[in-house]
Design a protein around this ligand. Structure first.
Ligand SMILES: Cc1cc2nc3c(=O)[nH]c(=O)nc-3n(C[C@H](O)[C@H](O)[C@H](O)COP(=O)(O)OP(=O)(O)OC[C@H]3O[C@@H](n4cnc5c(N)ncnc54)[C@H](O)[C@@H]3O)c2cc1C
Length: 385
C-alpha cells in the first residue's frame, strides 16, 4: 500500500474558508440568475470579461507568489474558490487551465524571464492557456507523441498536430508536449514541453463540435511554426516527468467531482417542492450526499499534498477515477427519478439541464486521462502491477 498509505484526511484552514462568503456573494449576483443549463457548462464556459473580473478581485493566480502578481496563498485557497465557482456554475473556462496548471508549471520549471512574462498576465486574466498533449495517435499512449520541435539556428521549428485541445480557439498560449529528439520508438525519451504563442504564423486552430453541439475543444495544426529559443520550458528531454507532475494538478481538483453539480442543485430544488418531493427522491438525495462527502474529503486530502509542494500522482488518479464515476452517476440516476414522473410536472429548465449533463457526461471519464489508464496507475501505486 506504499503509493496511497499517506493520503491522510485534511481540513481546509480557517483563513482559506474565510474567502467563501465574499466569493459566494459575488457569484450570487454575477452568475446565479443565468439559466441552469448554461451554468451547467461551468468550466467549459468561455467568458474573458468574467475571468478579468475575478482577477480584479484577486481570485486568479491565488497560489502564485506576490512578486509575480499572485495571491501567495496555499492550494486550499484555490480549492475554496474552485468549489464555489463550480457549485454556482460560473463560466471559468477561459482562465481555468492557466490558473490550475500552466501557472504552477511555469512557476516550477520556468526561467526567471518566463515567470516575469507569463505569470502576471495569468493573474490579470490576460493570458489564457490550453494543454497540447493528445494527438490523433497519442491519447492514452502519450509516449508515442509525434509532433516535433527541431532546432534551426537559435529557433525551434514546430510541425505536427494536436487534438481535443480544450479552448485552443480562445487561448493565447499552448503548453505542448513535443518530441525534440529521437523518434516515436524512443517512447518517453526525447520529449520536451514548449510554450507556443497561438497567434504565430503556421498555427491553425479548428474547433470540433461535441455531442451536445458545443465547440469547446479543437484540432490544432503546426506547419513550420518558428518558436523563439525561450519557448522551451524546463529541461529538454524531461517533458515526460514534467507532464506527469502537471497531471496531478489536472486530475485532483473539485472539477473532477462537480461537473454535474448544477444539475444536482436544480433537481434538489425541485424535490424540495410539494410537487417534486417523494420518499424515493429523498432516499436518492441521501445516497448522492453519501457519495459526495468522502469524495470531497479525498480531494481535500490531495490538495493538502499539493499545498506542501508534493506531486501526488497516484492519489490524484484515484480522486479522478472515483470523482468522474460520481459525476456520471448523477445525470443517470436523476434521469431515472424524473423519468418516473409525468413530464409536464418537471420544470423545463431541469429537463434542459439534464439533457446537457447526459450528453456531456460520457466525456468526464475520458478528459484528463481515461478510466482504464488511471486504474492501471492506481494498481501500480498499490503494488499490484
Ligand atoms: C472533453 C475533453 C476535453 C479534452 N481536453 C484535452 C486537452 O485540453 N488537451 C489534451 O491534450 N487532450 C484533451 N483531451 C483528450 C483526452 O485526454 C484523450 O481523449 C484521452 O487521453 C484518451 O485518449 P484517446 O482519445 O486517444 O483514446 P485512446 O487512448 O485511443 O483510448 C480509447 C479507449 O481505449 C482504452 N485504452 C487505451 N489504452 C489502454 C490500455 N493500455 N489498457 C486498457 N485500456 C486502454 C482507453 O481507456 C479508452 O477507453 C480531451 C478529451 C475530452 C473528451
Amino acid at each position: 500500500m506504499t503509493g496511497l498509505a499517506s493520503l491522510d484526511l485534511a481540513a481546509i484552514p480557517d483563513e482559506d474558508e474565510a474567502l467563501r462568503p465574499a466569493v459566494r456573494a459575488f457569484l450570487e449576483e454575477a452568475v446565479c440568475s443565468r439559466p441552469a443549463d448554461r451554468r451547467a457548462r461551468s468550466w467549459s464556459g468561455y467568458d474573458p470579461a468574467f475571468s478579468r473580473e475575478l482577477a480584479r478581485r484577486g481570485w486568479l493566480g491565488l497560489t502564485l507568489p506576490p512578486e509575480y502578481g499572485g495571491g501567495g496563498r496555499s492550494s486550499f485557497a484555490r480549492f475554496v474558490i474552485a468549489e464555489e465557482m463550480l457549485n454556482a456554475g460560473a463560466p471559468v473556462g477561459s482562465h481555468w487551465i492557466a490558473d490550475r496548471q500552466s501557472g504552477p508549471l511555469i512557476l516550477k520549471y520556468g526561467t526567471e524571464d518566463q515567470k516575469r512574462f507569463y505569470l502576471p498576465r495569468i493573474c490579470r486574466g490576460e493570458a489564457f492557456f490550453c494543454i497540447g498533449m493528445s494527438e490523433p495517435n497519442a491519447g492514452s499512449d502519450l509516449a508515442s507523441i509525434a509532433t516535433r520541435a527541431e532546432r534551426e539556428g537559435d529557433q525551434w521549428v514546430l510541425n505536427g498536430q494536436k487534438i481535443w485541445t480544450t479552448n485552443a480557439h480562445g487561448s493565447h498560449f499552448m503548453i505542448a508536449l513535443v518530441r525534440t529528439s529521437g523518434s516515436t520508438s524512443d517512447r518517453q525519451k526525447g520529449l520536451s514541453q514548449v510554450i507556443i504563442d497561438l497567434s504565430l504564423p503556421g498555427v491553425t486552430v479548428r474547433p470540433i463540435e461535441d455531442l451536445s453541439g458545443d465547440s469547446h475543444f479543437c484540432e490544432v495544426f503546426f506547419e513550420n511554426v518558428r518558436l523563439r529559443p525561450d519557448a522551451l520550458i524546463g529541461t529538454e528531454g524531461q517533458g515526460w516527468e514534467q507532464v506527469t507532475a502537471e497531471l496531478a494538478f489536472e486530475r485532483s481538483g473539485p472539477e473532477r467531482i462537480y461537473s454535474s453539480m448544477v444539475l444536482l442543485d436544480e433537481w434538489l430544488a425541485f424535490v424540495r417542492t410539494k410537487m417534486g418531493g417523494s420518499p424515493a427522491s429523498t432516499r436518492l438525495a441521501g445516497r448522492l450526499a453519501a457519495h459526495l462527502a468522502p469524495l470531497r474529503a479525498l480531494s481535500i486530502a490531495v490538495t493538502e499534498k499539493l499545498s506542501r509542494g508534493e506531486s501526488p500522482v497516484v492519489e490524484a488518479a484515484l480522486v479522478k477515477d472515483l470523482g468522474t464515476s460520481f459525476e456520471q452517476m448523477v445525470p443517470a440516476v436523476i434521469a431515472d427519478d424524473l423519468g418516473s414522473r409525468a413530464p409536464e410536472l418537471v420544470p423545463m429548465e431541469l429537463w434542459q439541464t439534464l439533457a446537457y449533463a447526459t450528453q456531456s457526461s460520457p466525456s468526464y471519464s475520458l478528459r484528463g486521462g481515461t478510466r482504464e489508464i488511471l486504474r492501471g496507475m492506481i494498481a501500480r501505486g498499490l503494488g499490484l502491477r
